[in-house]
Design a protein around this ligand. Sequence first.
Ligand SMILES: Nc1ncnc2c1ncn2[C@@H]1O[C@H](COP(=O)(O)OP(=O)(O)OP(=O)(O)O)[C@@H](O)[C@H]1O
Length: 279
Amino acid sequence: MSSADLTSKYIQIQGVEQTFKTAKGPFVALQNIDLTIAKGEFVTMIGHSGCGKSTLLNLIAGLTKPTRGTLICANREIAGPGPDRGVVFQNHSLLPWLTCFENVYLAVERVFGQTRDAGIPAESRAQLRERTEAALAMVGLSHAAQKRPGEISGGMKQRVGIARALSMEPNVLLLDEPFGALDALTRAKLQDELLQIVANTRSTVVMVTHDVDEAVLLSDRIVMMTNGPAATIGEVLAVDLPRPRDRIELAENTDYVHYRKAVIDFLYTRQAHVERQAA
Ligand SMILES: Nc1ncnc2c1ncn2[C@@H]1O[C@H](COP(=O)(O)OP(=O)(O)OP(=O)(O)O)[C@@H](O)[C@H]1O
């Protein structure tokens, strides 16, 4: 593959199906998923609850394997989790007995504290500490480095989760509703921070969200998924708004309003969620 191809086809999802075994028999969660993501692209996945967004993100993370089809990242089949793909979940998943610093340090040590591919030597403890401090600084949490998760707010915990993922310098950042449990103001602040961080690191981002405004504000493309079972990609919307994006200016931007309406139409007209009657 040429380097131009590698850039434009950084993540390739081809003919993916995910079926789960359940007590009532096989359940097809995802079907016929085809998607190509370019290096440095910010892609969000949106769809009604239970349509399979997390299932797809877990497949890209390598936490699960597809029943059918292939997933490729940087020209290699995704065979399991790897430090090239950092994951942030909604419930932050920090170790409660460690400080914020230690939570991030653990991840840094795992990646940079040992000999890496191509014989790159392990870094010194001073270098690992420096990386940890830089990651916490990036999310504005230097002052809370010595606190434990129980002593900080939900928004701060999410920030530590993001710092931990970023500290590993992943090529791909996978975010599963990272701001879902936060109040609107904290959420807006973290969205702005994320935009800034991604602009600096040029990471490729795949993010699951329920929030239409969040999707339009952050994305280069929005992947809109149909309802399950056997959910698939219904439509992909390219969001052609210039960056850096400013939420206040965008609120009155006619293109922004148009993109927002396109997503709302998809979700609430074409994919109006029908609650299935219990059998
Ligand atoms: N391990 C599993 N075993 C059986 N069914 C599963 C499993 N994981 C997910 N599912 C089912 O697959 C479907 C998709 O789930 P998934 O969590 O990916 O949806 P989602 O779009 O992320 O939902 P939400 O927006 O509510 O988080 C759901 O019907 C869910 O019940």
